[in-house]
Design a protein around this ligand. Structure first.
Ligand code: TRP
Length: 335
């Protein structure tokens, strides 16, 4: 039996935070070690260009994120770990898919619609600041997924729509030309927490409420101390399900430790004590990876070599698929 191909991309913008780790990196790394799975994990650096037009920042984020994944236990011998822009077949496929994807479908994409709505609200022209990159972002994402005929695409809820669009695009292509593509399925981890940030909203760079993943222990402690709590005193019962401190705890603790802390909340653990324990728990998990991360950041050549090897190993697969696609649409040698 062939292995299940599980593919996911991470847009290389920003500095990775705890929410990325819990919501994306850690589950993807764990899944990549499962038997029967061929994992494809890649740096979506072309997607980064949609959001960021600062070359130095584009380059820096890409390296940081690559180092983060490797430091978080990704085994590049086992998983396919590569950079989107090192696989030229991705963009070649994206063009061909662009010629077949319906514009009406793209009009419905959340990211694009949100940008139009923001323009509406601020009285701008609806197209203000909207690039073709943003508009056709789901087509590029479809190419990422379809070039390796992924079966499953683990994503956050905000990305389900894009995976469904990829499926739609694939189906249409198979119907119109030839059965080339596997129809991908989005999978949203049941137990994967969408981590809340310092202010209690979803942890996200755009809210400025993140806890950096590989800051110094001191920075980690400082961030944790900033997590918003209520005014309940030690000894007063606290609702774990309302608390960001507990939510982050639950994302790092095993079952028994999670239940123990739940009971401590109900028994009235003080916020200071709960945060102290949270820092220790999170730091214990991150201390080892943090060291590896810092080493890799000091040795970009090592990261580069790993990514080059990753792309090289995959090119035969992406070229073969693109050959089939070219043939299917009629881009053929004359003789
Ligand atoms: N757009 C995704 C995000 O912002 C990242 C991404 C790019 C992706 N290509 C992908 C995810 C392909 C899954 C599959 O989170």
């Amino acid at each position: 039996m062939t292995n299940k191909r599980v593919l996911t991309g991470i847009t290389t913008t920003g500095t990775p935070h705890l929410g990325n780790y819990v919501g994306a990196i850690r589950p993807a790394v764990n899944a990549s070690n499962e038997p029967g799975v061929d994992a494809y994990l890649f740096l979506a650096d072309y997607h980064a260009l949609i959001k960021c037009h600062e070359p130095a920042q584009v380059a820096q984020s890409s390296l940081e994120i690559a180092a983060c994944w490797l430091a978080s236990g990704l085994n590049p011998e086992r998983a396919h770990f590569y950079r989107q822009s090192d696989i030229p077949e991705v963009t070649e496929l994206a063009w061909i898919l662009n010629c077949n994807a319906a514009k009406g479908l793209m009009n419905r994409a959340h990211a694009y619609k949100a940008a139009v709505q923001a323009n509406d609200e601020s009285g701008e022209d609806p197209d203000f600041g909207i690039t073709m990159g943003l508009f056709s972002y789901p087509v590029l994402m479809a190419a990422d997924i379809l070039i390796f005929n992924a079966h499953e695409v683990p994503v956050g809820r905000d990305q389900i729509q894009h995976v469904e669009m990829a499926r739609d695009i694939a189906q249409r292509f198979n119907h119109n030309f030839a059965e080339v593509f596997t129809l991908p399925k989005a999978v949203v981890g049941e137990h994967v927490a969408v981590l809340r940030g310092l202010d209690g909203r979803k942890m996200s760079k755009s809210y400025g409420n993140t806890i950096p993943l590989f800051g110094t222990p001191k920075q980690l402690q400082k961030s944790i101390n900033k997590i918003k709590t209520n005014l309940l005193e030690p000894g007063e019962p606290k609702d774990p399900d309302e608390s960001t401190v507990f939510q982050i705890w639950a994302a790092f603790a095993g079952d028994s430790e999670r239940e123990r802390m739940r009971a401590d909340f109900v028994a009235g653990i003080g916020w200071g004590e709960a945060k102290k324990q949270l820092f220790e728990l999170v730091n214990e998990e991150l201390a080892g990876p943090r060291e590896v991360y810092l080493e890799l950041m000091d040795n970009p050549k090592r990261v580069e070599d790993i990514l080059q090897a990753g792309a090289e190993r995959l090119r035969p697969q992406s070229s073969a698929l693109l050959e089939q696609v070219r043939d299917a649409v009629g881009l053929r040698r004359y003789a």
